[in-house]
Design a protein around this ligand. Structure first.
Ligand code: ZN
Length: 341
């Protein structure tokens, strides 16, 4: 493991322009976080930002080492991973009936007019759609409509870095196939390209950029249906965003977690019929195994971040209790907020 120089944490650097840049230009519809108290941290990056990583800067490098204990992409390690994988495998199982039969009573249909909403045999609701596992048109029970929607949502195409040269990416993909003799997608090539910048982003103290790189890689895990692994990485990203990961070699920017991260977590959990309150240990394991930062220098602990996640999903998960005195709190008060189980 890399031996890094330890220096006492110094004063935070003021870089107001970088903080302004950190804010996502386009505000998305807010879900599940209902009340955005702060601007969202920026998530998407362009190839131009990668180019900036070529310039070595000794000051940044020295300062970054205060925070770092590693510069690699680590493996998610949790005894709960098999159980979570199993939940997701079940949640992503094929829905519907391919044989033009009612999914309830198996009454046969020669053709399904679009307007049929209820079975002529048993009277129960169903609808016609394509399923994500094989693209086959199926008849699905009405009560599975939401699950089907979530299955599609969770295999949405992964994001690519803006301005990526697709021809170069295609060449990289072909090289991968020649090397390994197996099928590779553009996203596989993208994943490896992104991974190459991780150490540079960390060593130059561009922690927000590092989060973005990790996000693009996590997208690939999700897109490849490694849902449990992707969830663990999204948890880690939630932790880093909540801690205000900055490109100014600090944490503590006054920003909120990018809504895309919250949405990904929420959609995955919903598909597996889980809530944030079911994930405390997996959340902690994920962050403890994935982090490259020393916990002592982070504004918020894992427990505090977990409490924040649980709180932000409380309404969307139907756990909100009416009129509990939850006024907006200043930051130092929020820091002492602990989850009560
Ligand atoms: Zn029927």
């Amino acid at each position: 493991m890399l031996k890094l120089l330890k220096i006492k944490k110094s004063q935070k650097i003021e870089h107001s322009q970088e903080i302004v840049d950190a804010i996502e230009e386009v505000q998305e519809t807010i879900s599940p976080n209902i009340e955005p108290e702060l601007p969202q941290i920026k998530l998407f990056i362009s190839v131009d930002q990668l180019a900036a990583l070529k310039d070595a800067d000794e000051d940044r490098r020295n300062h970054a080492q205060i925070y770092l204990n590693d510069i690699k992409v680590k493996e998610l390690n949790s005894p709960l991973l098999p159980a979570f994988t199993d939940k997701f495998t079940k949640a992503f199982s094929k829905l519907g009936n391919v044989n033009r039969q009612c999914p309830h009573c198996r009454r046969e249909y020669t053709s399904i007019p679009a307007q049929i909403k209820k079975c002529l045999g048993c009277g129960k609701g169903f609808y016609k759609t394509k399923r994500p596992q094989d693209g086959i048109e199926v008849l699905v029970k009405e009560e599975d409509r939401e699950l089907m929607k979530l299955q599609w949502e969770n295999i949405k195409k992964a994001e690519l870095i803006e301005g990526m040269n697709l021809e170069n990416l295609e060449r990289a993909r072909q090289k991968l196939e020649q090397k390994h003799g197996t099928r590779h997608t553009l996203y596989d090539a993208h994943f490896l390209l992104v991974k190459r910048y991780v150490a540079k982003a960390l060593l130059s103290g561009r922690f927000r950029l590092y989060c973005s790189l990790m996000y693009y890689m996590t997208e690939q895990d999700r897109f490849s249906q490694n849902f449990a692994k992707a969830l663990g990485y999204y948890f880690y990203l939630y932790y880093l965003h909540h801690n205000g990961a900055s490109n100014s070699v600090v944490f503590g920017d006054r920003v909120m977690v990018n809504v895309r991260i919250s949405k990904r977590i929420f959609s995955l959990l919903q598909m597996a019929k889980m809530q944030t309150i079911d994930c405390e240990d997996f959340f902690k394991d994920s962050i403890e195994s994935l982090t490259v930062f020393d916990f002592e220098n982070m504004p918020y602990s894992i427990d505090e971040t977990y409490a924040h996640l649980v709180k932000s999903c409380e309404e969307a998960e139907g756990r909100k209790i009416a009129s509990v005195t939850q006024e907006k709190k200043p930051k130092d008060k929020m820091r002492s907020f602990r989850l009560q189980r």
